[in-house]
Design a protein around this ligand. Structure first.
Ligand SMILES: [Fe+2]
Ligand SMILES: [Fe+2]
Length: 284
């Protein structure tokens, strides 16, 4: 008996930093099966491969292929390591993952906007575009990612807007890492579009020893769903996080983390409903 019968709740399972290697075949298959039983959508927030190899993506694609719920994802920095990021995206797209890079995807009243993001630090400590060209180029990358996110959010028509990225947009969810590396874990430049478009929730990874939850300055919830963070923070649960988006009312912008395994039940829709309702990716 589904806990949330009816079409007014969308359940999201979020996960990042699975770092699939050539020898990972089958390693997360049981977890993916569990996700498919509990959620309506799987959200993957980057570092899907370990060395950024197409071969690693093929291993992951094999494990994701049997998962019959819609999937949406972004790449992380590891997925760029071998300059095979385009192949990785294509391989995952071929098994049904909506890969977003400044793109949008909508599903049953929930809009998704995704970018990889970039680093540069947070708040007053953020690196500024001053001095050497290489510093300006570095800062420019974070600004470009923020602009990509802004234009994706501007295109979303859904009342409920979910952002997925790899890097952290706020400092709170990297707390726990060594402060010396905070500037390499994210950029508060990514926070601006999130606040301006009144996003419902943000999911990211990358900070493997960070904190699982934080909020933007405007109170928008931000969740670090890195695999290792979830293992450390919730040792009694499978390492993914489950959330409910309440789509019945445009005003209801809450996203509810489902923490207690007894609450999980089954996902709110069956496979047929999902196929009917799933939108296409919007690369425009
Ligand atoms: Fe990672
Ligand atoms: Fe990363």
């Amino acid at each position: 008996m589904p806990l949330t019968a009816g079409g007014d709740v969308v359940r999201l399972a979020a996960l990042a930093d699975i770092h699939y290697s050539k020898s990972s075949q089958g390693s997360l298959q049981p977890l993916f099966n569990q996700i498919a039983e509990s959620a309506d959508v799987l959200v993957l927030c980057g570092d899907l491969t370990d060395y950024g190899l197409a071969e690693e993506a093929r291993v992951l694609a094999k494990d994701l292929a049997p998962i019959k719920i819609p999937m949406v994802g972004v790449l992380g920095n590891h997925d760029f390591e071998s300059s095979q990021e385009r192949d990785i995206s294509q391989i995952l797209t071929d098994v049904g993952v909506h890969m977003l890079d400044g793109d949008t995807w909508e599903f049953r009243g929930v809009g998704f906007a995704g970018v990889r993001g970039f680093c540069g630090g947070f708040g007053r400590g953020a690196l500024g575009p001053w001095g050497e060209k290489i510093i300006k180029d570095f800062v420019h990358e974070a600004v470009q990612e923020a602009l990509k996110l802004e234009s994706a959010l501007a295109r979303l028509k859904a009342d409920h807007r979910i952002v997925l990225m790899h890097y952290a947009p706020i400092r709170a969810t990297v707390e726990g890492e060594s402060p010396e590396i905070f500037p390499f874990l994210g950029s508060s430049r990514l926070e601006d579009p999130i606040s301006r478009f009144d996003v419902t929730a943000v999911f990211h990874g990358h900070a493997h020893k960070g904190a699982p939850e934080g909020k933007t300055q405007t109170g928008i919830p931000v969740y670090n769903v890195a695999h290792s963070v979830l293992r450390a923070s919730y040792p009694d649960r499978p390492p993914f996080r489950l959330f409910e988006v309440h789509t019945a009312s445009p005003q209801d912008q809450t996203v509810t983390p489902i923490g207690d395994r007894r609450q999980w039940g089954r996902r709110s829709t069956d496979r047929g409903d999902e196929r009917q309702n799933a939108g296409g990716s919007n690369p425009s």
